[in-house]
Design a protein around this ligand. Structure first.
Ligand SMILES: [Ca+2]
Ligand SMILES: [Ca+2]
Length: 146
């Protein structure tokens, strides 16, 4: 296995960059039709073989993570793709923990500038009342951020 474990002595360890296994990877032409699909292996690696030289569109999905859509890839290149866990705003690897709730609350009152990952309900507004409610309900175990 390649990579290092996060240093858990730090209050906010960096996001896990050791690789995410079992993610679905879809290779499509730039025009849309799917060419092939695969899954990442135990170290988070994926490979497509027997692909004509050129530029393609890659989509990576895994439950509980934000999908990575429309990534342009070129044959012969290695592309590292970050997948972000939904509701893990402090990037400590845990969804909807107390630190995430604090960040969402701060963003809702303008003490923190939210990015797209604060838009859990997908309505276009970052850190709005609906996003806060979703995170609170996930923290309470009422819903899953799937
Ligand atoms: Ca978290
Ligand atoms: Ca929203």
């Amino acid at each position: 296995m390649d990579g290092t474990l996060p240093d858990t002595d730090k209050p906010n360890p960096p996001p896990d960059t050791t690789g995410i296994p079992g993610a679905n990877v879809t290779l499509a032409t730039l025009e849309g039709p799917v060419i092939n699909t695969t899954q990442t292996d135990n170290t988070g690696d994926y490979t497509f073989t027997d692909i004509s030289a050129g530029t393609y569109n890659l989509t990576v999905t895994k439950p509980r993570f934000w999908p990575a859509n429309n990534i342009t890839v070129t044959t012969g290149n290695t592309e590292n793709i970050m997948l972000w866990l939904k509701g893990d705003l402090n990037l400590n690897g845990t969804q909807a923990d107390s630190g995430d709730l604090l960040m969402m609350n701060y963003a809702a009152i303008g003490r923190l500038i939210p990015d797209w990952k604060f838009n859990l309900n997908g309505n276009g507004d970052l850190a709005d009342a609906g996003d806060l409610l979703m995170l609170e309900e996930a923290a309470a175990g009422k819903i899953e951020l799937w």
